[in-house]
Design a protein around this ligand. Structure first.
Ligand code: APR
Length: 321
């Protein structure tokens, strides 16, 4: 059987890690595209030369020519500028929207049947724009944010409780910005609520709530924390890992239930916007949105996050994008 073809648009920090992970996990033959001459060719040559060591047969090639992504099955987009210290993801809107327009036009032209995962920020707006320009059905255009935000939240919980992160289930919904909504009530360690474990640890409900709030705040600011430390550029290992997990769910039709930036048509009381929600991911892309019962406070936090996404989309429309 023919291998899947995975196109990676953007050969920067994230694109390089994506290419390496996709090759090592044999997701398919990888084509890395960037506008900078020689950059994707250099990165993929470097990765391919480790094939004997890493034990993969998939091909990994770099290009500056969009026609090389012809008939890709999956496209992952990380083209665009990353944040600098002090910048919010939203500050990237105008620059990255212009880049996304070209990317969407070319993906539409050369890989019209692909399923597309966007990573570029501001995420929710970039996914909206890509879908609009490509005209692809909404289930085939999704965004990566929730898998990473949830992994960050789970990591902090595992550190706090001294348990393996493999046993932590935690989900973050909403837009990929400061208003994202880590669902504290549903966070658990193999079924045991995290809040309950914190209360046992501290023997004090107020202290437990305080620790949970601190983890929620750290999750919301986690991207910025990395930006501040790196000084140039933003997180790249973890966003790449997260997008590869999504691609794997699609390539192997796993039906994984993951938080994904997907198009809502009435679910969670939201109509016509891309927002992070639980989604069943399989060969059809975002196959199904799974609703969760939210209490009044959680719904208000989600509404607040949706308002931020709406604001970004309106800004884009005002700019004629
Ligand atoms: N087409 C293709 N690639 C482009 C284009 C374009 N029109 N414009 C810029 N690029 C490429 C750059 O040449 C660069 O190699 O996108 C790449 C971006 O890489 P980095 O600057 O290293 O950024 P990275 O850390 O990979 O993040 C990319 O993902 O998480 C988001 O906020 C982040 O928007 C940023 C994006």
């Amino acid at each position: 059987m023919k291998r899947k073809k995975i196109a990676l648009i953007g050969g920067g920090q994230i694109g390089g890690v994506l290419a390496q992970l996709a090759a090592i996990r044999q997701l398919g033959d990888v084509v890395l595209y960037d506008i900078v001459q020689d950059l994707p060719q250099g990165k993929t040559l470097d990765i391919a030369e480790a094939s004997r060591i890493d034990g993969f047969d998939a091909s990994v090639t770099g290009t500056n020519d969009y026609s090389d992504i012809q008939d890709s099955d999956i496209v992952i987009v990380s083209a665009g500028l990353p944040r600098k210290p002090g910048m919010s993801r939203d500050d990237l809107l105008v620059t990255n929207a212009k880049i996304m327009q070209t990317v969407a036009e070319n993906v539409k032209k050369y890989a019209p049947n692909s399923i597309v995962i966007i990573i570029s920020n501001p995420l929710d707006a970039m996914v909206t724009l890509f879908q609009k320009i490509s005209g692809f059905s909404h289930n085939r255009v999704i965004g990566q944010a929730g898998v990473l935000d949830s992994s960050r939240f789970a990591t902090f919980i595992s550190w706090e409780l001294g348990v393996s992160v493999k046993d932590v289930n935690a989900m973050v919904l909403g837009g990929h910005g400061d208003t994202m909504v880590p669902l504290t009530r549903y966070a658990n360690v193999n079924g045991i609520p995290v809040l309950e474990m914190l209360e046992r640890k501290y023997k004090d409900a107020a202290k437990a709530a305080e620790v949970m709030t601190a983890m929620v705040e750290r999750t919301k600011m986690a991207g910025g924390e990395v930006v501040k430390l790196l000084k140039t550029g933003s997180a790249f290992y973890s966003p790449a890992s997260a997008a590869i997990q999504m691609a794997e769910a699609i390539v192997y039709d796993e039906k994984r239930l993951l938080p994904v930036c997907a198009y809502l048509q009435g679910e969670f009381g939201v109509n016509g916007y891309y927002v992070g929600v639980p989604v069943v991911l399989g060969e059809g892309g975002a196959e199904r949105i799974v609703e969760v019962t939210l209490n009044a406070e959680e719904q208000e936090l989600l509404n607040n996050s949706v308002s931020a996404v709406k604001g970004l989309v309106e800004d884009m429309e005002r700019l004629g994008l």
